[in-house]
Design a protein around this ligand. Structure first.
Ligand code: OOG
Ligand code: MG
Length: 260
């Protein structure tokens, strides 16, 4: 069996991203890919992105809803990094030229008003650190063929990060019941999926607490100003060229993206 390392895992996935060429599961090839090694690979890839001038804008949760866990065959949430290169400004089409096989998922996004560090963070203390909330659509893009991966594979691949767009409606957290916040996902005029915020670990603030505790275990504090994508509420849907994806939320407004 080939001897891999976190550096080699990160290098293989960054190369796949750059060349827009999907590869097969690394964990199947190298069972030594533990969750710890996968997070180490994630951090090595982040250092590479930073060396190329990117800055951290926040973090994202992966696989926090049953819909997503069932779709991907993974039953545990995880966390990953967001950088400014992943920000898609409102009105800009999906940058297909940078992506392999984009899928869209609606999410509730929080912006932190103060730092948050685990362990011991609860949904209540997590929510108290949030400055405001927004709707988001994340365009995920796995570096694995057919989005076929294990949890460790996905973590090593920065949880299929692609690009993300946030909505223009800014809500004070005191004014929204995030468990009841509903979302309709629309493709070319058809509603293809619906969910409420409770789909995300019971409440999106639970996802934020999970993120603070998971990063905290690695000695990382979530910083004020960071965006937190709390995880896809529904199945992720493939984004076809020429299509139009929209997400409509009860109080967080709507976001529309052209498929490119
Ligand atoms: C893994 C990334 C998941 C989410 O919101 O669940 C993610 C995947 O499904 O490819 O971003
Ligand atoms: Mg997501």
């Amino acid at each position: 069996m080939d001897d891999w390392s976190a550096v080699r895992v990160a290098g293989s996935l960054l190369a796949a991203e750059r060349s827009r060429t999907a590869r097969t599961s690394i964990q199947h090839e190298w069972p030594g890919l533990s969750l710890d090694v996968a997070y180490a690979a994630q951090d090595i890839a982040l250092a590479d992105r930073r060396a190329r001038g990117e800055t951290v804008t926040g973090i994202k949760l992966g696989l926090t809803s049953r819909a997503k866990q069932k779709q991907m065959g993974v039953d545990e949430p995880s966390v990953a990094w967001l950088t400014d290169a992943m920000v898609l400004p409102a009105g800009v089409p999906v940058p297909r030229e940078r992506l392999i096989h984009p899928r869209a998922e609606p999410e509730i996004a929080f912006v932190l008003g103060r730092p948050l560090a685990g362990p011991g963070v609860t949904a209540a203390t997590a929510l108290a650190a949030v400055d405001h909330a927004m709707a988001a659509i994340e365009i995920i893009d796995s570096r694995y063929s057919g989005f076929k991966f294990t949890l460790a594979d996905a973590v090593a691949d920065n949880n299929s990060s692609g690009v993300y767009v946030t909505g223009s409606v800014i809500r004070d957290v005191a004014n929204v019941d995030f468990g009841l916040e509903a979302c309709l996902l629309e493709i070319d005029g058809d509603i293809v999926a619906t969910a409420t915020g409770s789909a995300v670990l019971g409440h999106p603030a639970e996802a934020l607490a999970f993120a603070a505790n998971t990063f905290g275990a690695r000695g990382i504090t979530l910083e004020a100003g960071w965006v937190v994508l709390t995880g896809g509420m529904t199945d992720a849907v493939p984004v076809e060229p020429g299509s139009r994806v929209a997400a409509h939320f009860t109080t967080l407004g709507s976001i529309t993206i052209a498929g490119g």
